[in-house]
Design a protein around this ligand. Structure first.
Ligand SMILES: Cc1cc2nc3c(=O)[nH]c(=O)nc-3n(C[C@H](O)[C@H](O)[C@H](O)COP(=O)(O)OP(=O)(O)OC[C@H]3O[C@@H](n4cnc5c(N)ncnc54)[C@H](O)[C@@H]3O)c2cc1C
Length: 414
């Protein structure tokens, strides 16, 4: 079949790879001039299916409210909130119920672990190096943070996820440069979770995809989809393109593209931020990746750089990284690795996330015949990308996917 993939982020590129490997003729249409220029560019880099959890966790609404007016916060509300955001927030709060959380995290892990296995296969097969590191530490500053993590810990034990709850001393033996002056009630060690440079990986997969026949058309902005008798027409800013099947992998733009064709995805656009700096003192730098659970902020080692990422800001309209977000990133970095780098000299980045109320990716068909969609919830898109891409390739090919996709499709939103 001739298949058009809209979007050249980590999801679109890997979907195109799997489709071409399955024998299809594949074109990626990307509005930018290269791959991984939007959501996949400056993220935290975690490929952490063990850690992966929705933001909708029991107790989270109260925790976020209590942090909202602090000097440093994982949530930033600078803009007037529109009615759509309030509706979305109500739906999100419904997903914070314990039973909903258990269902959502289980679904997220199903696609996450599948994805991580595929990543390992590709890494070994193509000898890929993308500044990857192994193991992850989730830091709990207070007993209260530890308490909030209990439902996730219980689920990990039930599902046999390799993990260990460790004390501050053991955490420092895993990450020797971790500052012992910052209070640490405990940490969760996930030795099998990973991190890696998502943009670098995506560029490598682009080259591999090209070598097996995928065509990339850059500076191609898809304005609209149209269902023809047996084909789909894509209206581009310059001209028209038709295909037998279309995969929407346009990240934040997926809801609008599908919406114009009559489908609906209940997303909320939320901006996230990162700061990347060169390492000044290697003996004071992290070896791998960590999450500061109190601030929902990550610290990741990428070769000779360190990246701090986090802060969610709904309603942000520009790409500027606000001082309030920079403050939070700087605080987390200096609290844990004060001498690793000069955090004032960081390269800043902002990326828009399409957040779903339940925090579970979407993969599968749409109301339009032969139009498929892949979308992550904005926090775990790199973790789940290969799994989503392979499932999409199987569905387009008429094959049964390797994993059960019940609860992962658009149909869960009615
Ligand atoms: C601060 C931050 C930290 C994060 N950390 C992590 C993490 O540690 N682990 C993790 O798993 N995930 C993380 N994420 C999420 C992850 O980065 C994203 O979910 C993932 O990169 C999304 O990939 P994508 O390919 O779906 O979207 P994108 O990378 O955004 O790609 C979509 C592409 O579609 C193109 N496009 C859009 N509209 C059109 C159109 N109309 N026509 C043509 N092209 C179009 C865009 O130009 C873009 O290149 C983080 C996100 C943020 C913001």
């Amino acid at each position: 079949m001739q298949v058009a993939v809209i979007g050249g982020g980590v999801l679109g590129v890997n979907t195109a790879y799997f489709l071409a490997a399955a024998g299809h003729e594949v074109v990626v249409l990307e509005r930018r001039s290269n791959v991984a220029e939007e959501g996949s560019f400056g993220n935290s880099g975690l490929v952490a299916p063990g850690l992966a959890a929705p933001w909708a966790i029991p107790g989270m609404p109260r925790k976020l409210l209590s942090l909202l007016f602090k000097n440093e916060s994982p949530l930033l509300l600078r803009h007037k909130l529109d009615p759509a955001l309030w509706r979305w927030a109500r739906r999100w709060m419904g997903e914070c119920e314990l039973e909903r959380f258990r269902i959502n995290k289980t679904r997220l892990q199903r696609i996450g672990f599948y994805s991580r296995d595929l990543l390992e296969q590709l890494r070994l097969h193509y000898h890929l190096e993308y500044e990857q590191t192994g193991g992850h530490l989730q830091l709990f500053r207070t007993e209260r943070d530890l308490l909030l993590a209990q439902p996730a810990l219980a689920l990990m034990a039930e599902h046999g996820v390799t993990h260990a709850l460790v004390d501050a001393q053991t955490a420092c033996s895993i990450e020797p440069a971790l500052a012992s002056t910052t209070a640490l009630a405990g940490a969760l060690h996930l030795p099998l979770d990973e991190a890696g440079n998502c943009a670098l990986f995506t560029k490598q997969m682009k080259t591999i995809a090209q070598s097996i026949g995928v065509t990339f058309r850059f500076n191609s902005y898809v304005e609209q989809l149209e269902q023809l008798d047996n084909r789909i027409a894509l209206h581009l800013s310059a001209g028209r393109f038709t295909a037998d099947a279309v995969v929407l992998a346009a990240g934040i733009a997926n809801p609008a593209l599908l919406g114009a064709a009559g489908g609906r995805i209940p997303t909320q656009a939320v901006q996230g931020y990162s700061a990347t700096c060169g390492i000044r003192n290697f003996e004071d730098a992290p070896l791998s990746s960590l999450t500061d659970e109190a601030y929902k902020t990550t610290i990741t080692r990428f070769g000779n750089r360190v990246r701090v990422a986090g802060v969610a800001e709904p309603g942000a309209r520009s790409q500027e990284v606000p001082e309030a977000a920079q403050r939070t990133l700087r605080k987390v970095a200096t609290d844990w690795f004060p001498n690793a780098s000069n955090y004032n000299n960081a390269t800043l980045w902002s990326g828009m996330r399409p957040m779903l109320p339940d925090g579970v990716p979407i993969v599968g068909g749409t109301p339009l015949r032969n139009v498929f969609v892949g979308l992550d919830d904005g926090a775990n898109g790199w973790t789940a990308a290969l799994g989503i891409g392979k499932v999409l390739s199987d569905l387009v090919s008429g094959r049964v996917p390797d994993i059960d996709i019940d609860g992962l499709t658009l149909s869960r939103f009615g």
